[in-house]
Design a protein around this ligand. Structure first.
Ligand code: MGD
Ligand code: MGD
Ligand code: SF4
Ligand code: MO
Length: 708
């Protein structure tokens, strides 16, 4: 049989690893890392290696399905793509014509390749009711850049050495990609190399992660208090005059206000909140400010708090006042590929199509919960409006690449909402607990089954080619589906293309290269340039500078300087509850074999983590009569779920860390056991971050007892 190897880019997670797909005839037999890749240098994780198991999985849905029985009966009728897309377009059009476009809701999960096109579809169709995990993942960090610097490009760690220097000091803050694989366009292996070569390593994490165990400074923070730590580090840096004077003078505004503002946020103040000793905070702040260049790899833990936007602002300001922005080996703004129309919704407004939705429409979301910083509808508000009909009940929802019954909080309310909807369409690869509510199921192609331009949302310096290497059944890639539905709905202005391929040609138009040539080449890299802030007009803020004090925010009723807020359910903010629920629960630290709720059905991955785990300190476990491997109840006032105890002395005795998004495909439809162990059943109504609507998933109160 003919053997060949195709170079492509993995997308078992957010994906930035270039990989080699090994084929025998038409069959994919193996996936390995690409040693020549500048983004991943040969790395591949367990998920990447398991890609053939995904591609050929017997439970994958390979043809469009229409529900044939009652919801939950799992009876389906196979239909053609034309029938499926005609029906979807007709149902959406009917709701739009009878009730208005806002009666159609769109739901996406984490950032996946179709994200920007789905945004564009919402805007062109005219619905503001678009929800995503954005309020607790990534978007708050992007918005911080937008308000502080006027553009939404994130600074990323220069772990590539593109400018001839590697970071001397690496800070890993609420992020664990060296163990999970990759996130947000950064490969964990690249970070690991940087950590190994750095003079000083600082890790901020309540758990002793791999890097924390070896770090010079492991700040074992109380969950949910990162904002206080960041403010205290600013306090030290300002008080000890460790700032980069020329950068602050020439390129920022509002430093004096900041200096005044952080005076009270001493390390002693923060010690009482974060439990990190004041002297440790001082030592870490001094190291970060003086051992240059320094970078901060920030992660999702920062996002899932009561002050994600504020904490991220403090972390961005830390970089700015120490001059660790856009310099070799520090955090830099990735160069964009010249001429390419990037798919980042915020960078390329033309692509996401914001202009198709008039501003007054954008504001008319389901209402009730509106957060000044967010552009999407907060997910609890979205689902509640359907469950209650307040302020109105959407009639149809199209869910693309999300399993909100296990990945979102208020899970039982989401179930009620799904029951009440007139029409549900789900695009996925598998029938999930959520997909069991679908009237129409659109089977998505895996990343091995279509050609595309991989952009990592623009937060990397490259465009990677993803190549079609196989085809199983009659699936379609989501971007093709969105374009075909948009074409059927007559959304010509926003969707001038007739196919995904035409769209790809359009993205590359300015590069002078055809899509085919790009696929051949495999990667396009922007020219690395540093200190771009020296170019006039670089900062697109009203002052033309990096705004430490942000008047625009002030005008919106948001604090113009970063502040700290205590989690709503903590031993300090809810002492009465803490007597009954004495443990601090942090949830959803990612693990290598799974991607949120995905891959529980993939044998080689499930083997590595067969059961839902909750980490508990051995001393606490002993007090509770719990042994390693025991099944336990994790309980909050909202609900309880069953998990398996994993004893771990790298966590504080009063903190437990639970995995998220568990369901059990092997238990079969319609529920697949999702109500047993999904940690999101434990989260209900609490106070939300007033800026972004974020939920405190990294800091709640719970109790744990042995399940008998
Ligand atoms: N308690 C707690 N909850 C959390 C988190 C936490 O830390 N703690 N993390 C949150 C975060 S950061 C996020 S981003 C969300 C993620 O939330 P989701 O995105 O909803 O999570 P997934 O389970 O990865 O994805 C859902 C579905 O997408 C399907 N899918 C995968 N790839 C594709 C594709 O290319 N096309 C289509 N159509 N479908 C596809 C999968 O089969 C899966 O069923 O979860 C959030 N939930
Ligand atoms: N294998 C795998 N990779 C993934 C994903 C996946 O599900 N699986 N999901 C993808 C997605 S959508 C995202 S958003 C990223 C997230 O990836 P990361 O940004 O790495 O975030 P997490 O893994 O959620 O959490 C990182 C660390 O935060 C710590 N932590 C918990 N609570 C706190 C706290 O209050 N403060 C601090 N400082 N740290 C805390 C946890 O112990 C954990 O080690 O990963 C992406 N990549
Ligand atoms: S880290 Fe992500 S992109 Fe890299 S090999 Fe693993 S799954 Fe693929
Ligand atoms: Mo995420």
């Amino acid at each position: 049989m003919r053997k060949r190897v195709v170079r492509t880019a993995c997308r078992m997670c957010h994906g930035v690893c270039q990989v080699l797909v090994h084929l025998e005839g038409d069959r994919v037999v193996k996936v390995t890392g690409d040693p020549e890749s500048v983004t991943s240098r040969g790395y591949i994780c367990a998920k990447g290696r398991a890609a053939p198991e995904l591609l050929y999985h017997p439970d994958r849905v390979l043809y469009p399905l229409r529900r044939a029985g009652r919801r939950g009966e799992n009876r389906w009728e196979r239909i053609s793509w034309d029938e499926a897309l005609d029906e979807l377009a007709a149902r959406l059009a009917a709701v739009r014509d009878e009730s208005g476009p806002e009666y159609v809701g769109l739901v996406q999960g984490t950032g996946r390749p179709y994200e920007n096109l789905f945004n564009r579809f919402a805007n062109a169709f005219g619905t503001p009711n678009y929800t995503a995990p954005a309020h607790l993942c990534y978007l708050p960090r992007i918005m911080v850049n937008f308000f502080s610097m006027g553009f939404p490009l994130l600074p990323i760690c220069d772990v590539y050495g593109l400018g001839g220097e590697m970071p001397a000091c690496v800070v890993v803050w609420g992020c664990n990609i060296t163990e999970t694989g990759a996130a947000d366009g950064m490969c964990g292996h690249m970070l690991r190399r940087a950590i190994e070569g750095a003079k000083r390593v600082i890790v901020v994490d309540p758990r002793r992660t791999g890097p924390a165990g070896k770090a010079d400074h492991w700040l074992q923070i109380r969950p949910g208090t990162d904002g206080a730590l960041a403010l205290a580090m600013l306090n030290v840096i300002v008080a000890e005059d460790l700032i980069d004077h020329s950068f602050v003078r020439d390129y920022t505004t509002g430093f004096d206000e900041l200096a005044e503002h952080v005076r009270g946020f001493t390390p002693e103040w923060a010690e009482g909140i974060t439990r990190v000793a004041a002297e440790e905070i001082r030592a870490a702040a001094r190291a970060y400010a003086t051992i240059k260049p320094a970078c901060i790899q920030w992660g999702n833990a920062v996002d899932q708090s009561m002050c994600n936007f504020q904490t991220s602002r403090a972390l961005l300001i830390l970089r700015a006042v120490t001059g660790n922005l856009d310099r070799p080996g520090a955090d830099f703004f990735p160069p964009q590929v010249p001429g390419a129309r990037h798919k980042t919704p915020f960078v390329d407004i033309a692509f996401s199509g914001m202009q198709f939705l008039p501003p007054e429409k954008r504001a008319v979301k389901v209402g009730g919960f509106d957060y000044p910083i967010m552009v999407t509808v907060q997910s609890p508000a979205f689902w509640r409006s359907i469950a209650t009909g307040e302020p109105y009940r959407m009639r149809a929802v199209w869910i693309m690449g999300s399993n909100p019954l296990v990945t979102s909080t208020h899970s039982l309310e989401i179930e009620e909402a799904l029951r009440k909807l007139e029409f549900v369409a789900v695009s996925d690869m598998f029938l999930t607990p959520t997909a069991q509510y679908a009237d129409l199921f659109l089977p998505a192609s895996t990343w091995l089954e279509y050609d595309e331009i991989h952009t990592s949302g623009g937060h990397t310096f490259s465009l990677l080619a993803r190549r079609k290497v196989a085809r199983v059944g009659d699936t379609l890639d989501d971007q093709e589906v969105i374009i075909r539905v948009a074409n059927r709905l007559g959304l010509k202005e926003a969707f001038p293309w007739r196919s995904h391929r035409e769209l790809s040609e359009w993205v590359l138009e300015g590069t002078g290269m055809s899509f085919e040539e790009f696929l051949e080449r495999g990667i396009l890299v922007g020219e690395p340039r540093y200190r771009k802030y020296e170019d006039p007009g670089f900062f697109l803020t009203p002052s033309g500078k990096f705004e430490i004090y942000c008047k625009t925010l002030e005008g919106m009723g948001v604090s113009p300087l970063p502040v700290y807020r205590e989690p709503p359910l903590s031993p300090f903010s809810a002492p009465d509850l803490a007597r009954e629920y004495p443990l601090i629960l942090t949830s959803g630290a990612k693990v290598q074999p799974f991607f949120h709720g995905e891959f529980r059905m993939i044998p080689s991955l499930r083997e590595r983590n067969p059961d839902p785990l909750v980490e508990i300190h051995p001393r606490t476990a002993a007090e509770l009569g719990i042994e390693d491997g025991d099944w336990v109840w994790v309980e909050t006032p909202e609900n309880r779920v069953k998990m398996r105890a994993r004893l771990f002395d790298g966590i504080a005795p009063d903190v437990v860390s639970a995995q998220h998004a568990w369901w059990f495909p092997e238990e079969g439809p319609p529920e697949y056991g999702w109500k047993k162990s999904s940690v999101n059943l434990l989260f209900g109504d609490t106070a939300y971050d007033p800026d972004t609507g974020s939920e405190s998933l990294r800091s709640a109160l719970c109790r744990v007892h042995k399940a008998v």
